[in-house]
Design a protein around this ligand. Sequence first.
Ligand SMILES: *[C@@H]1O[C@H](CO)[C@@H](O)[C@H](O)[C@H]1NC(C)=O
Ligand SMILES: *[C@@H]1O[C@H](CO)[C@@H](O)[C@H](O)[C@H]1NC(C)=O
Ligand SMILES: *[C@@H]1O[C@H](CO)[C@@H](O)[C@H](O)[C@H]1NC(C)=O
Ligand SMILES: *[C@@H]1O[C@H](CO)[C@@H](O)[C@H](O)[C@H]1NC(C)=O
Ligand SMILES: *[C@@H]1O[C@H](CO)[C@@H](O)[C@H](O)[C@H]1NC(C)=O
Length: 481
Amino acid sequence: MLEQIKRQKNNNRGFYVKMKLFHHHHKHGRTQEKINSCCFFRFYKWLLWLSLTLYFFSSYLITNNKNTPSDNSNINIINNKLSSLSTTQVLSSSKSTIVASRALIELTDSDSHKPHNYNNNSEVLRDLKIYVYDLPPNYNADWLSNERCSNHLFASEVAIHRALLTSDVRTYDPYEADFFFVPVYVSCNFSTVNGFPAIGHARSLIYSAINAISSEYSFWNRSGGSDHVFVASHDFGSCFHTMENVAIADGVPSFLKSSIILQTFGVKNNHPCQDVENVVIPPFVSPESVRRTLEKAPANGRRDIFAFFRGKMEINPKNVSGRYYSKKVRTAIWRKFGNDPRFYLQRQRFAGYQSEIVRSVFCLCPLGWAPWSPRLVESVVLGCVPVVIADNIRLPFPEAVRWPEISLTVAEKDVGKLGRILEHVAATNISTIQKNLMDPTVRRALLFNTPIEQGDATWQVLSALVTKLDRSHRRSVASSQ
Ligand SMILES: *[C@@H]1O[C@H](CO)[C@@H](O)[C@H](O)[C@H]1NC(C)=O
Ligand SMILES: *[C@@H]1O[C@H](CO)[C@@H](O)[C@H](O)[C@H]1NC(C)=O
Ligand SMILES: *[C@@H]1O[C@H](CO)[C@@H](O)[C@H](O)[C@H]1NC(C)=O
Ligand SMILES: *[C@@H]1O[C@H](CO)[C@@H](O)[C@H](O)[C@H]1NC(C)=O
Ligand SMILES: *[C@@H]1O[C@H](CO)[C@@H](O)[C@H](O)[C@H]1NC(C)=O
């Protein structure tokens, strides 16, 4: 199998190659300079000064130009549709300026060992290398025969895999990989009874995948799996159970304990289901469905619903082994605000509910069994202010998405005061929050695109992996030499 590894090279690394060549020139220049005249040194100094000036100027351009025309038509549509204000170009810059700036940034960065800039770390991602295991189709592709597999709430396991396959960080040479991605789809065994994903087979399927890769390749054994990456996109992530008490009792399977898990579940307190190196990722919302919703949205951006929630709200919640759905929070919302004209609350499923979100000012995001819900993403990408009601939740990508500036947090115990809290915000800072929500970088960070797009959710995952390079076997070998 190892012989089969294609050493296909990436042709998207033009700037990297150029930079390398230039860097080589530098070294050459320095040697020359030592040997003889000062003229080269002068030229070199001037060049350095020019590069630095251009670098600072271009980074100013880039960081101050949030409205850079994007290749991403989704985002453009979002911009146009969501905002009734016209999008103002801070500084118009042509594609060629941006491209030139990138070249300079990469050039300057290679010369100094300055700390990574996580606001825009495309230069950091440039060196990251990920090997994607080619597993037999029973671990992944076979499940795609059901179309829902790549579109439902847990489909980030599919989306991240697809994005990596065509991404610049992919390497076909496992010996140069920093991380190893193990593509196992565990969320697509939909129950014939209620349509929910049955994840009872998740542990055995992953275990079997690990057996397969560790017997065929040496990479799992050499690191104990610590540079291997998995997705666990359902309720309690790497605990692989939908009920918290069972999830906690089962814990993270021992065979995954040393690896990196990309999971939707995250809380700020200690929790057995995050007792593993992890990155909190957003739930999957189809970028295509978002685009369609925005196309149909009223052009004037008018929002006639004050507070919106559609979803399971039990009138009399059942005691399920000592736990109540949503810790009774949704029941409290229904009881208190069910007849309140400011609140549009619906208990039935409705496929077109995104069209309701786009008409709403506030979108309630109460916990379900787990603290997170797809509403967090849907509200943000459709411009409705998310009202997070899930104590201690750890939200995805806090560096890219400054959640406190684009959302409201209401404590579970204060849910009865929702009416007053929302009225207060509507009378004070709602326009600030809505303005922050307009930032296209925020919305881009929560959607998984195929292929990957700069700043999107998979891209944020890669940025998070860059901070974990100490786990890369290749890097640790390189640095100990
Ligand atoms: C980040 O930098 C790249 C070039 O290095 C540029 O193309 C891109 O627009 C920048 N992104 C943001 C969000 O500033
Ligand atoms: C899918 O889930 C059902 C239980 O709902 C289980 O009996 C079956 O074995 C699972 N299928 C696979 C291929 O794991
Ligand atoms: C890795 O370790 C397992 C368990 O010790 C062993 O069965 C397997 O053969 C090893 N893999 C390789 C490629 O040596
Ligand atoms: C809920 O059920 C558990 C047992 O499953 C029981 O111990 C507990 O007392 C019940 N709680 C209430 C409020 O009835
Ligand atoms: C808006 O006001 C609310 C309530 O006073 C406060 O909790 C929140 O942090 C404010 N948000 C912003 C972005 O100013």
